[in-house]
Design a protein. Sequence first.
Lengths: 361, 129
Amino acid sequence: MSLKRTALYDYHSENNARIIEFAGYEMPVWYTSLNHEHKKVRTSAGVFDLSHMGELLFRGPEALDRLQWLTSNNAAKLKVGQAQYTLITNENGGIRDDVIVYHTEEEEYMMVVNAANADKIKAHVTEQFSADVFEDRSDEITLVALQGPLAAEILGNLIPDDLSEYRMFAVFQTSIDNFPLTIARTGYTGEDGFELFVENKDAEALWDAVLSAGGEDVVPVGLGARDTLRLEVCYSLYGNEIGEDSNPFAARVGWVVKFKKPDYLGKEALMRMKKEPMEQQLAGLEVDPGPVPRHGLKVFREGAEVGIVTSGCLSPMSGKRIALAYLPSELKEIGTELEVEQRGRMSRAVTVEIPFYKRPE
Amino acid sequence: MNIPENCRYMDTHEWIRLEGDEAHVGITDFAQGELGDVVYVELPEIEHTLEAGDEAGMIDSAKTTSPIAAPVTGRVVRINEKLADHPELVNQSPYEEGWLYVLEPENPKDINNLLDAAAYRKHVEEGGH
């Protein structure tokens, strides 16, 4: 199967980005240095090409009911101009995908799905309603994220709108020069920031406009730093912390599982899960100097295997080895001494409070 | 792409450079570029004898963990102590300051069986896999 390219591929390639295959796309993993890009997003701003992600449009009088059936959060709470994080759950209460639903117009919702799950979700939705009830805009839409403490200032120079009117998870339409775009105050970095949706034909104009408005305050950022940024603030990555077999309450995404809403796929199972004690829960670890903890490594307590690392990295901000891991609930308590097995050797680890990084007040 | 003539190479992107009875070992400029920011290097134990192709240690970049292989059979005589505090030397100077360890090859002629600079360059230009 040949790999897909986003409308911004030429920029990435001409600017010497290191390109990797990700979810069927050729995507930039970094441009200059993962650590540099990471720190720039925390202290200034970074711009990301996220056009590999999928955009599904649900329209018409039944759109809300369909989203209510598919997702665990209460989409009826959304007013036009608001977005929410939510889960597409399966019949067992596991997670088919984690998505953001944007209420863009009356009777219109845009769902942004993970690139790696896009085909699965399209098949799932079609199966649930025995019909094509969405419009797949994934191949026509470019998604650019502008993230960081200076993101609002940079974006504010490009658009006529007053950004202070738009809080987190707000979504609105505007234009830059003569092309229209949809802007949402959402992101995956733990920083203030925006996600900008345009038609592919306007992709390069948007990218150039953001880079020139930001000047030295903004750098292009690859998927490498996107992963370490989200890990420092403990946002779930599908396939790592969450998956079809996950318990959303154990995975720390139970806050988007709502029961005061109409029936939905997995609701009954989730109501049971919520009442039952959890065998394992996601916890944060700090690992002693040595190898960097990674996805899939085993966690031990006094020589006995007790859990598994879902994600790990050397935190670019703290310089510490941080990891998320599923651990028995009784070992979640902060300060529990554990070991992580790396290449046949044990590294000492201790449970710590999460998120690992908090934005300065 | 810097591929010095005075080194021999493995197709897994390690270099070895013989000087007298000893040989410095490291990873290539291509390899450090692929790995990105090196954040930690695990090196073999001094006095340990490695067989050609053995895992000699591993390199953590900001993104991933990669094993490093021993180019030839030999005894480890020194490691690059500087890398403990400055793993970024592997990125900045892969053939000089960012060397990993020194081997005393059991049979120095084994090194001639590895790729020379031209063959390694061809390997990299074909994708490096």
